[in-house]
Write a protein that binds this ligand. Structure first.
Ligand code: PDD
Length: 287
């Protein structure tokens, strides 16, 4: 982790940032977060992440005493002050604040906000080869559009996937695929891309929106329509998207091979668009 972090208007050393035990994020998961990708010191899709942060905050009735511009400025400052010039991510968290433990909202308590930057290389090998996924019942609550700190079902799903040698768990409600434990899920059939529509059952991913934009630019048909677990065996291609995984082919689901068992044509075209959009050049040269 880079040493300079931002919290509540102050730039501090990471080891000097302290929160009391009675902190609403720690005790109730009463908060929201964002993970923002940084490529060679440039934040990718910053406006989209900050817009979603404020939507999440509004949904859980937290009023932040910083404007979106102030938060963006603070993130730019920690990138600059830490002299971040490589691939990294920013973790940004807001909670309802520190107060004596009580389920009710505390009065006159200001939210806790902090952000730090951490180095993170692109997952080049996985992007080139694709990953395995498992299907799993979506056991989360009904408000998955909020990027809530309550990630227990996501954590359990991701761990179960890893226990079974897979990278991601594809979640479904009544056999309708919603999203992954930490990603959005796409299926390609007969040159049409399908993904669950924006609704309370999925997080509106920043990369998801960008992928839909890329597909439109490339003239590839996208249908934001739900698909079923049973459609997976007929899929030509599948991929997942997230700020840390980018656009990653899913080449196996449970025991089924998807397409030819390697990233398909449409997935690769979208990956190229992503690299251009995020101005990722150095890895292409070294490949
Ligand atoms: N997660 N759906 C869920 C449940 C997620 O947790 C994420 C991202 C996404 C993709 O969103 P985006 O494209 O905006 O990154 C979809 C982040 C990376 C995380 O929790 O670490």
């Amino acid at each position: 982790m880079y040493p300079i972090v931002w919290s509540k208007g102050k730039y501090l050393h990471k080891d000097s940032l302290m929160f009391p035990l009675e902190e609403r994020g720690l005790q109730f998961g009463d908060g929201v977060y964002e993970v923002i990708r940084v490529y060679r010191g440039d934040m990718y899709l910053l406006d989209e992440h900050i817009d979603r942060l404020y939507r999440s905050l509004e949904s859980i009735r937290i009023t932040l005493n910083f404007t979106p511009e102030e938060v963006k400025g603070a993130l730019k400052n920690i990138v600059e002050r830490n002299k971040v010039d490589e691939d990294a991510f920013i973790y940004l968290q807001v909670t309802r604040g520190s107060a004596a433990r009580d389920h009710l909202f505390p009065e006159n308590v200001e939210p806790n906000i902090y952000a730090y930057v951490k180095r993170k290389k692109r997952p080049i090998e996985l992007l080139e080869k694709g990953v395995k996924a498992i299907t799993l019942k979506d056991e989360r609550w009904d408000n998955c559009y909020i990027k809530s700190l309550n990630l227990l079902p996501n954590v359990l799903a991701k761990q179960l996937a890893a226990d079974r040698g897979a990278f991601e768990a594809i979640l479904h409600r009544d056999n309708v695929v919603t999203e992954g434990s930490s990603s959005n899920i796409f299926l390609v059939k007969d040159d049409v891309i399908y993904t669950h529509p924006e609704s309370k059952y999925i997080l509106s991913g920043c990369v998801r929106s960008r992928v839909i934009h890329f597909a439109n630019e490339l003239g590839i048909n996208v249908r934001e329509e739900p698909f079923h677990v049973s459609d997976i065996e007929k899929a030509d291609e599948m991929f997942l998207t997230s700020s840390t995984s980018e656009i990653m082919a899913i080449v196996q689901v449970n025991d089924m091979t998807i397409g030819e068992g390697k990233p398909g044509e449409i997935t690769r075209r979208l990956q190229k668009e992503y690299e251009k959009d995020a101005a990722i050049v150095q890895e292409e040269v070294s490949r």
